[in-house]
Ligand binder design. Sequence first.
Ligand code: CMX
Length: 468
Amino acid sequence: MSHSAAILRKFSSSFLKVNQNLLPASLVGCRQSSTNLKDVLEKIIPEKQKEVQEFRKQHGSTKVGEVTVDMMYGGMRGIKGLVTETSVLDADEGIRFRGYSLPECQKLLPKAKGGAEPLPEGLFWLLVTGEIPTEEQVASITKEWNDRAEIPNHVITMLNNFPSKLHPMSQFCSAIIAMNSESKFAKAYSEGMHKSKFWELCYEDSMDLIAKLPTVASIIYRNLYREGNPPDSIDSNKDWSWNYASMLGYEQEGFIEATRLYLTLHTDHEGGNVSAHATHLVGSALADPYLSFAAGMTGLSGPLHGLANQEALVWLTKVQKQLGGEVSDDELRQFIWNTLKSGQVVPGYGHAVLRKTDPRYMCQREFCLKHMPEDPLFKLVAQIYKVTPDILIEQGKAKNPWPNVDAHSGVLLRHYGMTEMGYYTVMFGVSRAIGVLSSLIWDRALGLPIERPKSFDTPALKKMVGAK
Ligand code: CMX
């Protein structure tokens, strides 16, 4: 058995076991009872502000790392330079949302009636408060998002007038920017808002924006791929994912469950990735949440980041087209080597921080094993997982030869009939809003200043290190 196949077997069997001992003790049993998220935040924020203030007073000048010349030329990889409260990524274990691993979140977060996947509304509550919500608290978020979902007419008109050659992500980013006409943060700032109020208005805009995204995203989808079929309105008795799936035009229970999982998995991946960092950076200049999130989404549109969601499926389709249905491992190896030799990356593989298989990949794999074990594309993805890591190890360049979330996402969507790969990153973006906007609320709550690291040119850097 190859190295990667052995790891796959070991990881699969242990993946869904939740280790209760790993649950953060500080978070167990201290749940706030209110179902109003803003009220809960009003209680939590002063405590956290005090904690950070005292921590900084004690350890403000304690050193946490060093910076080398290579780090500066190398995309700041490894520099400890950001504080992000919502999630932390461990190179080996993967993401933890407020201390909870993905399998723990899958087990503990409330589900829709009859569903098995967590509701993204619950993850939002967790990211914002640090607490696993009750079903009632999740229901209150669903209600608020349904109530806030309406989008302005000028945005609908704009979307309806975009040419079909404009990429869905460009349409998505443009609509988000145009929705800043609704920004309560921008309005209050222009009227002289006190800085202690920043987080409240950031919260209001974030709630509005997340609520509106499924409608915006489904208009884009239906304009491009379902001509003459206007989106239905929000069903106030249904959850956020159900409404999104339904407005896209998908009613199958399987697609709705896949959407709940997809929208939960893609939310947050700590603070240094392009979409999270861009949102945080632009927000630090006190641009409103609409404009800050739009910056994150233009970043997500890059093929090395969120567009890999699309690229992975484009690449898989090429494999299928070129090699046909049943593919031998050797044929597959040859195809992958050809991709590498032509100077391209294998989309969905590698990561700047992770050094093991992404748990988000494994979650989707588990979903496919349960719901679509015989899907030919799923089988191909599993076969690629068997051969690719060994090839990337042999090539010796990628620091992480294992798959990330993007290697698997498209399979779920395509199985239920969403074949339009160019759209996948929009769905990623709808989910990512939950993570980056939760963080933005805390950025403003903690009064983080405008971001402004120091840069140098090469002569100055040479002089600094005493180079000839
Ligand atoms: N296929 C081929 N080569 C790869 C590779 C892959 N999947 N991953 C990394 N490499 C190469 C890099 O291009 C780089 O080559 P050069 O030295 O010629 O420039 C070398 O290996 C070292 O790169 P690294 O330090 O391992 O990776 P980085 O931290 O620079 O980049 C990432 C990380 C994700 C951009 C990179 O692994 C990649 O391009 N992967 C494919 C695209 C992808 O899946 N992106 C999605 C990431 C998850 C997300 O953000 O959504």
